[in-house]
Ligand binder design. Structure first.
Ligand code: NAI
Ligand code: ISE
Length: 342
């Protein structure tokens, strides 16, 4: 089966995903695109030599009877309405994070998907497909370091532009750790708080940078995540898990070690697209493979999108108030308990 895909939003990651469907992975084909900036949609068709219809908006694209799935790669605030349109039309959905900008929005999507009666939605939490995270998870699942006590993580970007505000440290950046870390240690968040250390001179006036988030889990694990988006030196993702019997670290990205002029040095990547390239490829391959094998996706679900949204809301409130906030999750619906494996 070839999954025929319509893409809503042909910006940076939309183009990345178009390219990987057309040139890298198997099982899918881009047959429709739309973007509020029509020129962007046209240039995607031209640049990737697509045999695809260009639609004026998401509604027209979703109504196309010749598409099976929709990739939602528009700006975050536009995601919810496009997901709802697609689910109501019975299309499979791959939606980049955030699934919706509020927990209530995620619940509306969950209700629509339950009404359809079968999972349709996968959220773009690609860390779960990264080889390093997979190895780290395997180490923890094998109980090699005993009970997990603490996690120390960092999400660093070299620089961001002026459109990136303090709250985006949560909604754009920390959101990946929010998803990956509870998945990694099989635990749920209980409360969150944030500290603002001395501000770097490289951050613009409306951005507090760096920020340090402390997330406590229901089992008492203390997770500390540094978000530092003007670190200057590169794109760097760190994660160290401290257990009762030992410590497990996310592997570094392989890089040749050069010994020269009394120094040993390795390269550090600068670009998130390269850091997680294999993970993006795997998540989309898995999306197509699961549709073929089971008639439904098996990757991060709308429920995972909801967990991230509730936790992100608590982090935003912690930013505003300076106080610790509880993470209040509803009961996981039976609908999302089913485990599939490709
Ligand atoms: N999983 C990951 O690692 C990443 C996820 N993202 C997420 O992907 C989404 C897109 O990010 P970027 O590609 O970096 O942004 P971008 O600004 O480069 O592209 C977004 C595109 O969507 C279009 N658009 C906005 N609203 C629309 C609507 N209602 N209908 C149709 N088109 C619309 C814009 O014109 C633009 O071309 C964001 O939610 C972002 O958080 C982005 C980068 C990496
Ligand atoms: O989602 C992403 C971007 O939006 C964000 O800007 C980066 O910091 C992330 O690491 C990347 O994965």
């Amino acid at each position: 089966m070839t999954v025929r895909v319509g893409v809503i939003g042909t910006g940076a990651i939309g183009r990345e995903h178009i390219s990987r469907v057309e040139n890298v992975i198997s099982g899918g084909r881009i047959t429709a695109v739309t973007d509020v900036n029509e020129q962007s949609a046209q240039s995607a068709v031209r640049d990737f030599n697509l045999n695809a219809a260009i639609y004026p908006d998401d509604q027209a694209l979703v109504a196309d009877g010749n598409i099976d799935a929709v990739f939602i790669t528009s700006w975050g605030p536009a995601h919810e309405s496009s997901v709802l349109l697609a689910v109501e039309a019975g299309k499979y959905v791959f939606c980049e994070k955030p699934l919706a900008t509020t927990a209530e929005g995620c619940l509306r999507i969950i209700e629509a998907e339950k009404k359809h009666g079968r999972r349709l939605v996968q959220v773009g939490f690609m860390r779960r497909y990264d080889e390093g995270y997979a190895q780290l998870k395997e180490t923890l699942d094998q109980n090699e370091i005993g009970n997990v006590l603490m996690v120390r993580a960092a999400h660093r970007n070299a620089a961001v532009d002026e459109s990136y505000k303090t709250n985006m440290a949560v909604t754009e950046t920390l959101i990946h750790e929010i998803d990956a870390l509870h998945w990694l240690i099989h635990d749920d968040y209980h409360s969150v708080k944030v500290d603002f250390p001395r501000k770097t001179k490289h951050a613009h006036a409306e951005l507090q940078d760096p920020q340090v988030f402390t997330l406590k889990t229901k089992q008492g694990v203390l997770i500390n995540v540094e978000v530092f988006v003007n670190c200057r030196y590169g794109y760097d993702i760190q994660c160290e898990v401290i257990g009762e019997e030992g410590i497990a670290r996310l592997p570094e990205v392989p890089s040749v070690i050069v010994r020269k002029q009394s120094k040993a040095s390795t390269n550090i990547l600068n670009d998130w697209k390269l850091r997680f390239m294999d993970a993006y490829n795997k998540e989309l391959q898995n999306f197509f493979d699961a549709i073929e094998a089971y008639g439904q996706p098996q990757g991060p679900s709308a429920w995972d999108g909801y967990i991230a949204a509730v936790t992100a809301d608590a982090c935003l409130k912690a930013q505003e108030t300076g106080e610790e906030q509880d993470v209040l999750l509803g009961e996981k619906p039976e609908f999302y308990e089913q485990k599939l494996h490709v």
